[in-house]
Write a protein that binds this ligand. Structure first.
Ligand code: IFM
Length: 439
């Protein structure tokens, strides 16, 4: 079997060069400058300086034996002002793709990994239907320039975060706390996906952050809590794309916030245009129960009264429980309920407090353990008949972890943010040897 092994990053998290060659601000440039939003007031201005160091980073990928590299394209580099096209922005990704191909690494671009041009947010952002059309136009520009060399396209990364974290909880850019608008953002992101699909050729997909949700007890209340979280995290996104409809129970859960009047005739046909692959980002499972006293702003609109229960497993520094069984259960479930597309794990990984040791190495045994367990779960899923075709470790490099700043290290390669020195961690060396073998 020709299983694809790779690693993933995203533009704002690694590129830096925030004003280089005509790039204008994205919502994350603005959000990270808003006091109190990102830990220590950190920004992606420099990040891993990948914009300037990409040839070295690609050499490193090649030394590790990666066969594919999942990166994202920064929309504000390509369309820095409304109605313009920035050739220098397109040139950057064109050079990146050429350099990957010279090293026999498959380029695997994502068109939207959260860096909406600020001028589009100023015009209403994702709750504004027009943003979906602008996204499709931008997708066509990137496709026109790269499609002679790129054959695998992902439209969106994790629209759950862009909509519910960004517009309901306010924990991500643009930091709005308007639940009704968040539901409109969900729809316009998905519409943007469908409109973009019409402009793309080759193999096209979308990446969703999905989890396996289990009720803490057998009570009907906990079962209902699990239904609601599964609805908001998984089915609100995958059902429109792969089944052509919003899940009725979730629409009912959200009825106090939205009548879904923003959904126009034909939209769901566009959203559910056939795609070739579904990217799944999996990190942690969800064990949930009814009843939450804490209240406050939450992305779980329509399920605020659900609480997360400690499953008693080890956790990463993100405080996420480690459970590879959740990945196996999730893959089996997706294969059963949504059998039409090839599956790729487009992100999976763990943050730990890594340090460079006196011997010069980074001995991240916890991450080696995490990756090996999850990769084994993938192997088991494939033995069960799941159509899983590839796996991308998150992340190639330590990088800007959104509201957590640089404090959360997800890389298999350590980055010293003072010197920009890259040091492959033990996990990178382990991964390099693991991917020489079939899944
Ligand atoms: O760093 C993020 C990435 O940008 C999207 N998926 C989850 C990762 C870890 O939080």
């Amino acid at each position: 079997m020709n299983f694809l092994w790779g690693a993933a990053t995203s533009s704002y998290q690694i590129e830096g060069a925030a004003t280089a060659d005509g790039r204008t601000p994205s919502i994350w440039d603005t959000f990270s400058r808003t006091p109190g939003k990102v830990k220590n007031g950190e920004t992606g201005d420099v990040a891993c300086d990948h914009y300037h160091r990409y040839p070295d980073d690609i050499r490193l990928m090649s030394e590790l034996g990666l066969r594919a590299y999942r990166f994202s394209v920064a929309w504000p580099r390509i369309v820095p002002e409304p109605g313009t096209v920035n050739p220098k922005g397109l040139d950057f990704y064109s050079h990146l793709v050429d350099t990957l191909l010279e090293r026999d690494i498959t380029p695997w671009p994502t068109l939207y990994h959260w860096d909406l041009p600020q001028y589009l947010e100023d015009a209403g952002g994702w709750p504004n239907r027009d943003t979906a059309y602008r996204f499709a136009e931008y997708a066509a520009l990137v496709h026109d320039r790269l499609s002679d060399r790129v054959t695998n396209w992902t439209t969106l990364n994790e629209p759950w975060c862009s909509s519910l974290l960004g517009y309901a909880a306010g924990e991500h850019a643009p930091g709005r706390t308007e639940p009704g608008k968040a539901i409109e953002a969900v729809h316009h992101l998905l519409l943007g996906h469908g409109l973009a699909v019409q402009n793309l050729s080759g193999k096209v997909g979308i990446t969703l952050n999905m989890t396996h949700v289990t009720p803490a007890t057998g009570s009907p209340e906990d079962a209902d809590a699990a239904r609601r979280i599964d609805g908001l995290q998984n089915r609100l996104f995958i059902d429109p794309v792969l089944l052509g409809s919003y899940p009725e129970d979730v629409v009912k859960d959200l009825a106090h916030l939205s009548d879904f009047g923003h959904v126009r005739e034909g939209d769901l046909d566009t959203i559910s245009l056939p795609i070739d692959m579904l990217g799944i980002n999996y990190y942690s499972p969800a064990l949930v129960a009814a009843g939450n006293e804490s209240g406050g702003l939450t992305p779980w609109i329509g399920a605020e009264d659900v609480r997360w229960v400690d499953g008693g497993r080890a956790r990463t520094t993100m405080n996420w429980e480690i459970d590879e069984q959740g990945l196996l259960d999730l893959l089996r479930r997706i294969q059963k309920d949504y059998p039409a597309v090839d599956l790729y794990i487009t992100e999976n990984g763990a943050a730990f407090a890594d340090e460079v040791s006196a011997d010069g190495g980074v001995h991240d045994a916890g991450r080696v353990d995490y990756l090996s367990r999850h990769i084994e779960a993938c192997a088991e899923a494939v033995r069960d008949g799941v159509q899983l075709k590839g796996y991308f470790a998150w992340s190639l490099l330590d990088n800007f972890e959104w509201a957590h700043g640089y404090g959360q290290r997800f890389g298999i390669v350590h980055v010293d943010f003072e010197t920009q020195k890259r040091t492959p961690k033990d996990s990178a060396l382990w991964y390099a040897s693991r991917i020489k073998r079939p899944l």
